[in-house]
Design a protein around this ligand. Structure first.
Ligand code: FES
Length: 107
């Protein structure tokens, strides 16, 4: 099935350590810049719906911690690292950079 690929913003609008939300298809996606590499996960926290792009970013561990109740997610895998014994994952999405623009694809 073809995915929905949507322009999020320019590279210059999402600096290292920053995050923003974007609507891609029917999903709310959080897009993060970790030391110049881009990651995209479901922006609506799977715990109770907190906005993950407003969470605390930990570039060293490539994680974001939800500002509502502290669930932390690995931005690369989507795994909830604060619940290691459960198989708790949030969705991750492909980010591509074309020229000066960042795109996220939802399949
Ligand atoms: S809503 Fe994100 S930790 Fe509760």
């Amino acid at each position: 099935m073809e995915g929905t690929k949507t322009k999020v913003c320019k590279v210059s609008e999402l600096l290292p350590g920053q995050a923003k939300s974007a609507t891609v298809g029917s999903k709310e996606i959080g897009v993060f810049n970790i030391d110049g590499k881009f990651y995209a996960i479901d922006n609506i926290c799977i715990h109770a719906g907190g906005p993950l792009h407003e969470g605390a970013i930990d570039p060293k561990n490539c994680q974001v911690t939800c500002s509502w109740h502290g669930w932390a997610f690995d931005l690369a895998t989507g795994k909830c690292v604060t619940h290691p014994r459960q198989d708790v994952f949030t969705g991750t999405y492909t980010v591509t950079v074309e020229g000066e623009e960042i795109f996220v694809e939802v399949k």
